[in-house]
Each structure stands twice: as C-alpha cells, then as structure tokens.
Design a protein. Structure first.
Length: 289
C-alpha cells in the first residue's frame, strides 16, 4: 500500500516502536521517528526497507524533558507538514518496587515519560490539527502496557501501571472532544512483547517485582507475544478502513478479528471500552462513536 501521508512515531528506533515504524514504512508512510538514542535512530534510518519515494526523518529528543513535545512537533512541521498520524510509544518501567518502599520522587518521575510525555504531545498536536482541517481523518494511537486493562495487577510496577491506565482514560476523554472534528484516537495494548522494558524487569529481580520477574524471564527467553501483532494492529488502525474507529482500548493480541471488521466496532459504542457496568447501573448514555 502506498500513501503520501506522514506518521510520527515516538520511541521508534528500538523495540516495539521500531517494529511499528518498520511496518508503516512497508505500507509506504513517510516517517518522522524520534527517540533518545541517536545511534539507534541512525541505524534505523539506514537499515529499514521502504518503498521508493518514501522518506524517513529521525529526531533525537527526550520527551520526558519539559517543552520537548512542542519542539518535536515544530521540527516535524518544519520537515514538511503536520503529521497525519502520531503513534505514541515511548515509555519504560521507571521506579520499580513496593509503593511503600519506592523513592517517591522517582515514582513521580515515571509519569513524566509514561503519561505526561504522551499527553503533552497529543495536546500540542491537537492544538495545531484542529486549527488546520484535513480532508482525511487524522489518527492518534497510544501504545500502552501493563495496567491498561490486563486481568492481573502486578506488584512493583505501580508507577508504570497507573500512568498507562491514566492514558486509557485520557483517550476516552479526548475522543469525546475531537471525534466529530475529524480525529480518531485509540489506545493499543501490545501484549507481552520482549523489549527494553522486559530487560528492566529482569534486572530488577524478584524482590522488587515478585512473580513478574519470572514471567519477564520467560518473555525474554522467547515465551512472549510476537511484535508482528502490534505492527499489524497499528498499520490497520491507520488505514482508511478504520476511519471512525476511535476512543477504544484495543488488544493487539486478542482484537485482530475485530479490527478486520472495523464497522462492527464503530457501530457498537460500548465495544472495547473501559466502562463495563455503567450501562447496567445508570442506563446507556449518549456518546460520540
């Protein structure tokens, strides 16, 4: 598939972000890829295969630093135009350990990258996007992680899990505000993919994170979910077939069948939402799709 559209991918030089950016390049998207590791960005730009005519621009930046989001967006615009899609992927576990024992300053700092960096980038993007209408729907995908809908709460990662849970709710609020203005926003749970976060968990040890340490070892040693699931989910969400699918929490592992029939999801305003009991207790409330 070829497109003249541009996607901005944060944390796109390593791990899941690299897989996502590679898949979008194969789809013919022009890419703006950012991350903290200049060497990894350089390798990505030279190694990724892409159709003739597509472009990749790499921007080294630390999104956890104040004011980084507007600088990144300005650099993206200067590279050509406002991106048609942004994929927020940057994140790490940050402070690990029991909430009672963790350094609270470091615990709060985890929110700078895992919540506030993504929230600020979306905020800055919306300010420009809403002022510059587009004939095609713009797309925002926030890639989450543990804590955003999983059946189990893992001890020792409260900073990361709470930040990611907050992002899901932010997606639902933003959806209600921008859906009728031509912007789709979704949160994607990638599953247990082996990344740098997995290495962080392994290094932390069982004392800090309990049974998650054992599970992380299994994921690192090949027992996790393939990144191809995440690649495919993001690529599908950014295609015109998913125009109008918005405000949802989507599992890369479990919802591929639903993404194959996006109209069914769009038509059911409660499908793939965080809310579960509200409709039963209070009746169905009017909502944007």
């Amino acid at each position: 598939m070829r497109t003249s559209r541009t996607a901005l991918v944060t944390g796109g030089a390593k791990g899941i972000g690299r897989s996502i950016a590679t898949a979008l390049a194969r789809d013919g998207w022009n890419l703006i890829v950012c991350g903290r590791d200049e060497e990894a960005l350089s390798r990505f730009a030279t190694e990724v295969e892409r159709p003739r005519g597509t472009t990749i621009r790499c921007i080294p930046i630390d999104l956890s630093q104040g004011g980084a989001a507007p600088r990144l967006l300005q650099a993206s615009i200067e590279a050509g135009s406002l991106p048609d899609a942004i994929v927020c992927n940057a994140g790490n576990y940050g402070a690990l350990g029991s909430f009672a024992d963790v350094d609270f300053v470091k615990w709060k700092r985890s929110f700078d990258l895992n919540f506030f960096a993504a929230a600020e980038l979306v905020h800055e993007y919306l300010k420009v996007a809403l002022a510059v209408p587009s004939s095609a729907r713009r797309k925002i995908v926030i890639v989450g992680g543990s804590g955003i809908g999983g059946a189990r709460v893992w001890p020792g990662i409260s900073a990361y899990g709470c930040a990611k849970s907050a992002l899901v709710r932010l997606v639902e609020f933003v959806h209600e505000e921008v859906y009728t203005k031509g912007i789709d926003i979704n949160c994607l749970a990638p599953g247990a993919v082996s990344t740098g976060i997995t290495d962080q968990a392994v290094a932390a040890g069982a004392t800090a994170i309990g049974d998650l340490h054992r599970v992380s070892l299994q994921v690192r040693d090949g027992g996790g979910d393939p990144p191809a699931l995440v690649e495919a989910a993001v690529a599908v969400l950014l295609r015109p077939a998913c125009d109008g699918l918005s405000g949802r929490l989507i599992s890369a592992k479990w919802d591929s069948e639903r993404l194959a029939h996006p109209s069914e999801v769009i038509d059911d305003a409660d499908l793939l939402r965080l809310r579960r009991i509200d409709a039963d207790l209070f009746g169905r409330l009017p909502s944007n799709r």
